[in-house]
Design a protein around this ligand. Structure first.
Ligand SMILES: Nc1ncnc2c1ncn2[C@@H]1O[C@H](COP(=O)(O)OP(=O)(O)O)[C@@H](O)[C@H]1O
Ligand SMILES: [Mg+2]
Length: 260
């Protein structure tokens, strides 16, 4: 039997340009459920642009994408989110006035079925829905090991906790795909290790998980399957061992190191 995520999140032959600048050229990838997939490449390779194509923020001039066999072409971010595709942003987007728990709740409340009127005159059914939302938010914070920070304001918390909270906000909406753009950016080594552990822990057989990173070591440790972008072209994909031994990848990353 096919699961809801079935064949996964698939992009085929995506080309994207801005004016005279070709950002992606005939790029394809398949994000399989149950597999943590990595996307790496030097800065400017087009990783975020491809990420934006997958989430519907950008639309390529060519190519197709689908999720569990359902075509996504022409769908914007809201429609793709309704299909269960959730994303993080490269920069944190937490409301500073709200506690961590409230920040997670805000994302969920937007998806609630009952309207604004219930905020003033809640019926028992609506109260039950609100309780269910809170339960899911707390469960998500628990799953990421940060429930003890639930009532703190973002400004009182370290970047590692905020990053985990962002992911909690994503999983609380019970997504079928989670796409993360450089989740370890701005984190120290300990926070990065906690993040990796949390991502491995939340993996499930029916979940699509994509992690975009320019740090090769991190992706090697975390991911089962890795795609490599360079100058808007997919130059390799395979297991960590295959990627590590790939001549084009070695060339790109030695060149990248020489620049740093
Ligand atoms: N909205 C946009 N308009 C014009 N150029 C863009 C836009 N988005 C990305 N680019 C360009 O696409 C190229 C790839 O950028 P990006 O996808 O952010 O790379 P990466 O995430 O791998 O560092 C860069 O040259 C960048 O300037
Ligand atoms: Mg980027």
């Amino acid at each position: 039997m096919m699961t809801a995520t079935g064949s996964g999140l698939v992009a085929e032959g995506i080309s994207l340009g801005f004016g005279g600048l070709q950002v992606l050229s005939d790029v394809s990838l398949t994000l399989k459920p149950g597999v943590i997939t990595g996307l790496i490449g030097p800065n400017g390779a087009g990783k975020t642009s491809l990420f934006n194509c997958l989430t519907g923020l950008y639309h390529g001039q060519r190519g197709h994408s689908s999720f569990g066999g359902t075509p996504l072409d022409g769908m914007g971010p809201a429609q793709r989110a309704a299909c269960g595709i959730t994303r993080s942003f490269q920069n944190l987007a937490m409301c500073p006035e709200l506690s961590l728990l409230e920040n997670v709740l805000v994302g969920l409340t937007l998806k609630r079925r009952s309207g604004w009127f219930s905020a003033f005159v809640p019926t028992p059914a609506q109260r039950a829905e609100q309780e269910d939302t809170e339960r899911r938010a707390i469960a998500a914070l628990n799953e990421l090991g940060i429930a003890s920070a639930a009532h703190h304001k973002p400004s009182d918390l370290p970047p590692g906790t905020l990053r985990l909270a962002e992911i909690a906000r994503a999983i609380a909406s019970e997504p079928r795909a989670i796409l993360l753009d450089e989740p370890a950016a701005g984190l120290n080594a300990v926070e990065t290790r906690d993040l990796m552990r949390a991502l491995k822990r939340l993996m499930r057989p029916d979940l699509v998980l994509l992690v975009v990173e320019h740090d090769m070591d991190l992706i090697m440790e975390l991911c089962e399957h890795i795609y490599v972008l360079n100058f808007g072209r997919m130059i390799a994909n395979g297991t960590p061992a295959e990627i590590r031994a790939h001549p084009d990848v070695i060339r790109v990353y030695l060149g990248d190191d020489a620049d740093d």
